[in-house]
Design a protein around this ligand. Structure first.
Ligand SMILES: NC(=O)c1ccc[n+]([C@@H]2O[C@H](COP(=O)([O-])OP(=O)(O)OC[C@H]3O[C@@H](n4cnc5c(N)ncnc54)[C@H](O)[C@@H]3O)[C@@H](O)[C@H]2O)c1
Length: 352
């Protein structure tokens, strides 16, 4: 019997509703498989935890997490309790950075049975590889002066090592998909980092002669995500560009509530972390209507990462059976609850 030990961090808001749903589905996947199990250990780290303890996680929090096979996280953020820069940097970004989760992957495809807001969507299936350790999300900079002279400086950081690592990851994924990588750039406006990014992309692409490539400025690329998403396979992007593109990816799928994501540690020194794209959705928290599919599809990415690729594929097929049957939460046009959607997925898994 294979046993995977998973650290579970529901976090804030709807994270507390969709993480238990995801765990129930994973337990069912294990039950159906018969030869594996998940052992979840739940951590209460959240904005409420911050109010009680003055920190988002204990000082030895990372130590407590480091030996798990993976981390399954919901969402972090409750602006009524804690400013976002404290909650996100104190937990989510801390884990991503300290555990060297240098790659963020976010697929977007048209799920059967879910209506895209695009009027005439062709079938799209794309995957954004986002550099997750540096770029525009750096802590280098500062604020100075007051009043009229007040100013802020935020430095973007682009290293060859991290850029190349993200690009190679994208090329390796494209080799298993439709053999195409698009680079998100802005070298016509950002004159140092983006021409550098382009040079690294050109260098890396030489090692993958069978993969087709193109480079698109981020503004045009964002527009193409809306007008022709079907033309993309794998897209590699810096931290900020990847973040924005993947929200568009989620939007054209029909809802941020169904979009999955994974933060990957590529050197094997620490666990990877799996969390949906959406946040804590305070506007719907407590109503039992949060879409659990983002978290459950994220569980599929975790299965892939743990080497259970076939199980992951089955889980995604079952998610699409549920959406095709019209068992949908309100964000994608239905009136089913979080629990009803989750139970439908569980029942379909059991009858496989
Ligand atoms: N990875 C993360 O933990 C993460 C990501 C984004 C935002 N946040 C935090 O979450 C808080 C709220 O942020 P926001 O409102 O900008 O983004 P959000 O993703 O929480 O919500 C945006 C919109 O999407 C809807 N939505 C989100 N998840 C849904 C789901 N599962 N089912 C149905 N509808 C869903 C919400 O109801 C809302 O209308 C903030 O504190 C923010 O910093 C955290």
């Amino acid at each position: 019997m294979k046993k995977w030990s998973i650290a579970s961090i529901p976090g804030d808001g709807v994270g507390k509703e969709v993480v238990p749903a995801g765990q129930k589905v994973l337990d069912t996947v294990a039950e159906v498989h018969g030869g594996l199990s998940f052992e979840f250990t739940s951590f209460p780290w959240s904005c409420e935890y911050y109010l009680q303890h003055g920190v988002m996680m204990p000082e030895n929090g990372l130590d407590q997490l480091k030996d798990f096979d993976a981390i399954f996280l919901g969402a972090v953020g409750n602006l009524d309790l804690v400013p976002d820069h404290i909650s996100l940097w104190g937990l989510l970004i801390k884990i991503r950075r300290e555990f060297e989760q240098v790659i963020n992957i976010r697929p977007a495809k048209q799920l059967k049975g879910v209506t895209s807001p695009l009027v005439n969507p062709k079938e799209f299936d794309l995957l954004v590889v986002r550099e997750n350790s540096e770029g525009e999300y750096s802590s280098i900079g500062g604020r100075m002066n007051k009043g009229e002279d007040e100013l802020a400086i935020q430095n973007a950081v682009f290293s060859r090592k991290a850029s190349e690592r993200a690009m190679r990851y994208a090329f390796d994924l494209a080799a298993k998909r439709r053999q195409h990588v698009t680079s998100a750039t802005k070298s016509n406006g950002i004159v140092y980092s983006m021409p550098f990014w382009d040079d690294v992309f050109t260098d890396v692409s030489k090692d993958y002669p069978s993969i087709q490539t193109d480079s698109q400025h981020i503004d045009a690329l964002a527009a193409f995500f809306v007008t022709q998403p079907e033309r993309f396979d794998v897209i590699v992007a810096s931290n900020l560009f990847g973040d924005i593109l993947t929200d568009i990816g989620a939007a054209i799928m029909g809802s941020v509530g169904i979009a999955p994501a994974a933060n990957i540690n590529v050197n094997g020194a620490y666990p990877s972390m799996f969390e949906p794209v959406h946040g804590s959705a305070p506007d719907i928290f407590g109503k039992g209507i949060a879409n659990p599919i983002g978290q459950i599809w994220t569980a599929k990415l975790m299965l892939d990462h743990l080497g259970e690729v076939e199980l992951g594929e089955k889980l995604l097929d079952v998610i699409e059976e549920t959406t095709t049957a019209g068992i949908l939460t309100a964000d994608i046009g239905g009136n089913y609850s979080t629990e009803q959607v989750t139970n439908d997925i569980i029942n379909r898994l059991r009858s496989l």
